[in-house]
Structure formats: structure tokens, C-alpha cells
Design a protein around this ligand. Structure first.
Ligand code: NAD
Length: 466
């Protein structure tokens, strides 16, 4: 089943290697498509758009069928995802399930036509129109579910899409593309794979009407600049540096597991993972010890091993970054209560790390480590903790933990971010909006907001009939 424009056009771009992070060895390859191939992909997406936008009922049926196809291919998708991304197989299955769930959710969502009555004898009706071909560019940490977070609302709204996965994780997305092709009309969703400048060219392509990007802040800025050339709408879901603020009444043992996994799930490679913990000075040592005990005993290994709870870091550059920020923190005076080093085994493994005595200006606190490394910082007053939590350029999420949820919620109100959690972290419903503030993003994804982000208002204004 052809999955890329190049394959459909009958020629294969030279491939690039896909590496298994559990071994560090190549195990697959994907076409290294060149920027000029995008012209044909976007052109075909334009032509497919006219049929796809015309029939909402057919769209709903096709998207539901697509969800069924994803579920039916769950075993193959999950194994391939673990192989190229590294996460434990159970997490890959959960990601496949979320991919199908997004298709089902948006299949049943339709925009509402609204009439405006302002007392004048005119009738003003707001209808919603799709935009055209949408470009989606996604990262390597959740290749399938983040792609679905783009294509499910965009296609449900009546757009077509050209989707580019990260060159670190093209394989499961290519398979997903061929699975979806069994349910969707030709060219409604095209997966393109390749290395830069493929993404840059896609973001600036004049035939694209909306660029929806998930990734790092610097690349997000580059995408916004590229899209500005043709004044294309952009949605940017960018990095985070979420703080967890623990109040002075917490019971450390009761929250330690939840807090640990809020930071270490997917090996810490989650935009809205807990990336800093602020603990009251009186409880700081107890918190560090509880988290360190879990970091030292969690089962680390290849994602395909059923005993593994924490897989490898997903790729070599990310491993090098994590090692660098950790060694820098240690050189600045931090102490590793657990881990603090790479593991001496093949693949991209880093020991789960809890850092204490970290200088507040250290890059592991001010930046986004995006890996299995967690600094725990003491605070003396709550104002100091809230100021510190709000002190970075990021504003994705944050959480407050307490035995008194109302008290925690009052503190959570003070966090400068898009989503604040009480006594847990990084839980999302498909029906809620997801939007970062400050450097963490532009635009809103999720729920009906995600659908409307892929539509434009079209207003019909006429005198009221008497
Ligand atoms: P990245 O910014 O390096 O890459 C993201 C995507 O952009 C990849 O597909 C990449 O190939 C492509 N790309 C690279 N250069 C480009 C350019 N000049 N123009 C267009 N596209 C280009 O990010 P990453 O390392 O793959 O992912 C990790 C980052 O993603 C973290 O910062 C994480 O917080 C963020 N993220 C955010 C969310 C969210 O919803 N806010 C979700 C997941 C990940």
C-alpha cells in the first residue's frame, strides 16, 4: 500500500535509516523525500479537498471507519511504535487507542451555525467553512496520537492534510497512513517523510492554508516565520517546563507514585510532564528520598520487554542533550539522589535521575530537559514557590498538590499556564481545550476549539423577511 506521494507517483526517494533506541541500531528505513516533491502532494490534497468537503455525513462515516481500521491494526502499530520510539509496549497500545479515540470524537463533532440577533431588521448567519489543505508537522515523542490530534479535527472540519512526522519516528506514521488509506478517499491524508528542509518547505508552501505544528519553541518560531511568507494560519503547540508545587500538608507516601510517573512517563519525553518539583523546605528531604527510591528501583529496559516500565531515551541527540544538562547541573553543585549518568549498555539509556541542591538558574530548571531527569527544589514561602513556578518563559501546564483540594485549587489559579491540575498532572480529556501561554504555544487544540481552529467563519447577512 503506497503511503507517500513519492511512492504513489511511482518512484522512491533514497531512504534514510530508522534507529531502534533500545539497541542504537538501524532496523527500518523511510523515503527521504525532497522539498520539490511537496508541490505534487499539496496539489493532490487540493484536488481531493473538493470532494471531501462536500459531504459531512460521508466524512463522519469515513472517520469512524478509519478509527476501526486503526484499532484492527493495533498490534502492528504498537510494536512498530515501540521499536522506533522506545516507549514500553503498554504505552504504545495506549497511544494507538488514543489515536482511534480522537478519530471517533471528532467524527461526531460538527460546527454550529449561529444566527445573530442584535435588534436590527437584518438576519446575520454564521456558517463555518473548511480552509483547504492543512500541513501538520509533529515531533517524535507521541508520533501517532499527536498526528491524530492534528488530522482528526482537520479532516472532520472538511480539510485535507499533508502530514510530516519527525525523521526519528517515520515508520509507525507511515503504517498509520496506509491503515487510514483503507477508509479515507485518496489524497485526503498524505504522509511525507524526510529530513530538513522538508518541514521548512511544507510550512512555507503557498498551497497550504493552515500549518499546525507540535514541537520545540525554536522550531515553532521558524515555522511561524516560514508561514508568514504566505500569511498562512498557524497553530503552535510547543514545549513546556511544568512545575509541580507541593503544599505543606502533603502526605509524601500517598502522592509519590503519581508524582514520579507524572515526571517519568514516556521517559520524561512529554511536553506537559512535571519538569520541576517545588517542595516545602521542611518536607524537601522526604520528597527527594521518596522519588529517588522509585527512580532507583523502576524497571528500565527495552520497550518490547514486558517487564519494562521505563524505556530508552528516544534518539541519540536527545540523549546527548539530557546528559549535557545533567552534567552541567552536577558541575554547578547539584547532587544526584538517584542516577545522574548514562547506563552502560547498548542503546540510548539514561539512569532515572533525581537532582537536589540544584542552583535555581541551572538550565535543568530554567529550560526543558525533556528526559528522565527531575530537579526537586525547596521553598520557604508559598509566594516564593508560585513566583518560581511562573518564572520561566514556558506556560504549558502546572500542578498543585495538597490534602486539601480547595486550598490547592486556589494556588493553582495563580499559575501562568494553559492547564493547571490539582493532585495529578498531564491528564486531559478529548473534550477540553489545550493551549499553552507565553512561549508554549499559539492557538487552541482539543475539543470543539480544535475543530474551529480548522475552520473559517462565513457570514451571510440579509434583511429580515417581514
Ligand atoms: P522539534 O521542534 O525538533 O521537531 C518537531 C518537528 O519539526 C519534527 O517533525 C521536525 O522534523 C520538524 N522540523 C525541524 N526543523 C523544522 C523547520 N525548520 N521547519 C519546519 N519543521 C521543522 O521537536 P522534537 O524534538 O521533535 O520534539 C520535542 C519538542 O516537542 C519538545 O519541546 C516538546 O515539549 C514539544 N512538544 C509539545 C507538545 C504540545 O502539545 N505542546 C506535545 C509534544 C511535544
Amino acid at each position: 500500500m503506497p503511503t507517500s506521494e513519492a511512492e504513489r507517483a511511482g518512484y522512491l526517494a533514497a531512504p534514510f535509516a530508522v534507529v531502534d533506541p533500545a539497541t542504537g541500531e538501524p532496523f527500518d528505513e523511510a523515503p527521504d523525500q525532497q522539498p520539490d516533491e511537496l508541490d505534487t502532494a499539496v496539489d493532490r490534497a487540493h484536488r481531493a479537498w473538493h470532494g471531501w468537503r462536500a459531504d459531512p455525513a460521508a466524512r463522519t462515516a469515513a472517520l469512524r471507519e478509519a478509527a476501526d481500521a486503526v484499532e484492527a491494526a493495533g498490534d502492528d502499530l504498537a510494536r512498530l511504535l515501540t521499536r522506533e520510539q522506545g516507549k514500553p509496549l503498554a504505552e504504545s497500545y495506549a497511544e494507538v487507542a488514543r489515536t482511534a479515540a480522537r478519530l471517533c470524537y471528532f467524527a461526531d463533532l460538527a460546527p454550529r451555525t449561529r444566527r445573530i440577533a442584535d435588534g436590527r431588521p437584518v438576519r446575520s448567519e454564521i456558517r463555518w467553512r473548511p480552509l483547504g489543505p492543512v500541513a501538520a508537522i509533529v515531533p517524535w515523542n507521541f508520533p501517532l496520537q499527536l498526528a491524530a490530534a492534528k488530522f482528526a479535527p482537520a479532516l472532520a472540519a472538511g480539510n485535507t492534510m499533508v502530514l510530516k512526522p519527525s525523521p526519528f519516528t517515520p515508520s509507525a506514521t507511515r503504517l498509520l497512513g496506509s491503515v487510514l488509506a483503507t477508509a479515507l478517499p485518496e489524497d485526503v491524508l498524505t504522509v511525507v517523510t524526510g529530513r530538513e528542509p522538508l518541514g521548512a518547505r511544507l510550512a512555507s508552501h503557498p498551497g497550504i492554508r493552515h500549518v499546525t505544528f507540535t514541537g520545540s519553541v525554536p522550531t515553532g518560531r521558524a515555522v511561524a516565520q516560514a508561514a508568514a511568507a504566505s500569511l498562512t494560519r498557524v497553530t503552535l503547540e510547543l514545549g513546556g517546563n511544568d512545575a509541580a508545587v507541593l503544599l505543606d500538608d502533603i502526605e509524601v507516601d500517598r502522592i509519590a507514585d503519581r508524582l514520579f510517573w507524572a515526571a517519568f512517563r514516556n521517559c520524561g519525553q512529554v511536553c506537559m510532564a512535571v519538569k520541576r518539583v517545588y517542595a516545602p523546605a521542611r518536607l524537601h528531604t522526604e520528597v527527594v528520598e521518596a522519588l529517588a527510591q522509585r527512580a532507583k528501583t523502576v524497571a528500565v529496559g527495552p520497550g518490547l520487554d514486558p517487564d519494562t516500565r521505563l524505556g530508552p531515551v528516544s534518539n541519540a541527540p536527545q540523549l546527548a542533550r539530557i546528559d549535557h544538562v545533567t552534567q552541567q547541573a552536577l558541575a554547578d553543585g547539584a547532587r544526584a539522589a538517584a542516577g545522574g549518568h548514562r547506563l552502560d549498555r547498548p542503546g540510548y539509556f539514561f539512569a532515572p535521575t533525581i537532582l537536589t541542591d540544584v542552583p535555581p538558574g541551572s538550565p535543568v530548571v530554567t529550560g526543558e530537559q525533556f528526559g528522565p531527569v527531575l530537579p526537586v527544589l525547596p521553598y520557604r514561602s508559598l509566594d516564593e514557590a508560585v513566583d518560581a513556578a511562573n518564572s520561566t518563559g514556558f506556560g504549558l501546564g502546572g500542578s498543585v498538590w495538597s490534602t486539601d483540594p480547595d486550598r490547592a485549587e486556589a494556588v493553582a489559579e495563580r499559575l501562568e499556564c494553559g492547564t493547571a491540575w490539582v493532585n495529578h498532572h498531564a491528564e486531559l480529556s478529548l473534550a477540553q481545550p489545550f493551549a499553552g501561554v507565553k512561549d508554549s504555544g499559539v492557538g487552541v487544540a482539543g475539543g470543539p476549539w480544535g475543530l474551529y481552529g480548522n475552520l473559517r467563519p462565513f457570514v451571510v447577512h440579509r434583511p429580515q423577511e417581514t
